[in-house]
Design a protein around this ligand. Structure first.
Ligand code: T4K
Length: 395
């Protein structure tokens, strides 16, 4: 327990944790189940190219997403590119600036132009009026993002896309297991894409999936995933190699077996953080709508420096010295990343990306650790102005 400023590790004290409490530690699931599946893969001598593990993984992801089709991939970035290619998207694509770089990279890497749109500063959702004003003659699609697994106004966004005859694809990298208006994420727009990267609550080491209700789109994406090959040696379309191999699919299936457990653990963590933070001026934990299905994968803290006297970056530094690794997801906005620099001001994106941080959660994080992290945050914020001054002096 820290009682004086000098107790803070950032100001010379001993760290609160001997071993780091880290954002993004993967959930593992049953090792026995994983090893059994890996034995099965090795015994079958079928390691990739649409094996039975991959097929079963696709069935279970589609079931969860409520869609007839799922194409599993080596990561979500590739799945986004397959979705865009299979849908025939060209030219300019409108997307929010407040997201991970992968959203913009997925477009640029295949020669599309990301048109960065601002977001609501409170929750990071796309500013629909601005999105509409950005539609030009070269625009063919909108790439929405369910940032932190929090879908927003999907009916208005769908109506906007319909009004302008645009394709609508969702980067749902964060939103597997979430719903909007009671409907599972997966069935919105022309296609949605999940990530099963190690840091996601369901992981296949690396992995992703495109889900859709469009049979033709799914068929094209499946073929493009495997070099555009149809049959044994006939290449009928442009393609790439975006296949999910069997070991990854085995991990994905094992992860899915424990999905309810992971969600329960994440929810417990979220509720504990909420209790720890509530009532502290200048701090707000982004609310989860409990009427919807959620994965609680990101516990997001919003820091108002005007009220705390301690900026988000300094709070992260204070925690890091204590061996608590929180992350600035997402910072900076894509419009401030080298390949996408724009002079157009995006004040909503700048505001939210300067304020928010993702706290450690997942099955590795315990109730006691959250209690300590909560106490650290409250202490740091209570002495915010002094800490800021001391950190500046030390710099
Ligand atoms: N769209 C959106 C909106 C996304 O957020 C992402 C990815 C994508 C698309 C693309 O999905 P993929 O193509 O990756 O499937 C990480 C992930 O690599 C990335 O998948 C994820 N979003 C992004 C939000 O986070 P980094 O560069 O921040 O990861 P890194 O290496 O700094 O690790 C994050 C934290 O996790 C650290 O505290 C360390 C910890 N960690 C990480 C790994 C890999 C572990 O403890 N164990 C591990 O095995 O991107």
């Amino acid at each position: 327990m820290k009682r004086a400023l000098a107790d803070l590790a950032a100001l010379g004290g001993a760290p609160a944790f001997d071993t780091p409490v880290v954002f993004g530690r993967p959930n593992i699931g049953s090792r026995k189940a994983l090893y059994d599946r890996l034995d099965e893969v090795l015994d079958s001598r079928w390691l990739s190219n649409g094996g039975t593990m991959c097929e079963e993984f696709e069935r279970r992801v589609a079931q969860e997403a409520g869609t007839p089709y799922c194409v599993a991939t080596c990561n979500a970035t590739s799945a986004l590119q397959l979705a865009l290619r299979a849908r025939g998207v060209t030219g300019e694509v409108i997307m929010p600036a407040f997201t991970f770089a992968a959203t913009a990279h997925a477009l640029s890497w295949i020669g599309l132009t990301p048109v960065l749109c601002d977001v609501h500063p409170e929750d990071g959702s796309l500013l629909l009026s601005e999105a509409e004003s950005l539609i030009g003659p070269a625009t063919t699609a909108i790439l929405g993002v369910h940032v932190w697994g929090r879908p927003s106004r999907l009916d208005d966004l769908s109506a906007l896309a319909r009004r302008h005859s645009l394709s609508l694809i969702f980067d749902a990298a964060h939103a597997f297991g979430c719903s909007w208006n009671g409907r599972p994420i997966g069935g919105f727009g022309d296609a949605e894409v999940f990530s099963f990267h190690a840091t996601k609550f369901i992981n296949s080491f690396e992995g992703g999936a495109l889900v859709t209700s469009d049979a033709e789109l799914a068929h094209r994406a499946r073929r493009m995933r495997n070099f555009g090959i149809s049959g044994h040696d006939t290449v009928v379309s442009l393609g790439t190699n975006a296949k999910l191999h069997e070991a990854s699919a085995a991990m994905g299936l094992t992860s899915l077996d424990d999905m309810d457990h992971f969600v329960r653990r994440n929810r417990d963590n979220y509720l504990r953080y909420r209790d720890e933070i509530s009532g502290t001026p200048g701090l707000r934990l982004l609310e989860v709508d409990e009427q919807e299905a959620n994965n609680y994968q990101y516990v997001v803290l919003d820091v108002d420096v005007a009220a705390t006297g301690l900026g988000r970056d300094d709070l992260i530094a204070v925690l890091e010295a204590e061996n608590v690794i929180a992350r600035r997801y997402f910072y900076p906005g894509c419009h401030r990343m080298e390949p996408y620099r724009t002079l157009r001001p995006l004040p909503g994106t700048d505001s939210i990306s300067a304020r928010v941080m993702a706290l450690p959660t997942g099955e590795c994080v315990t109730a006691d650790q959250i209690a300590t992290v909560g106490a650290l945050i409250r202490f740091a914020v209570k002495r915010g102005h002094e800490i800021t001054r001391r950190l500046q002096q030390a710099a």
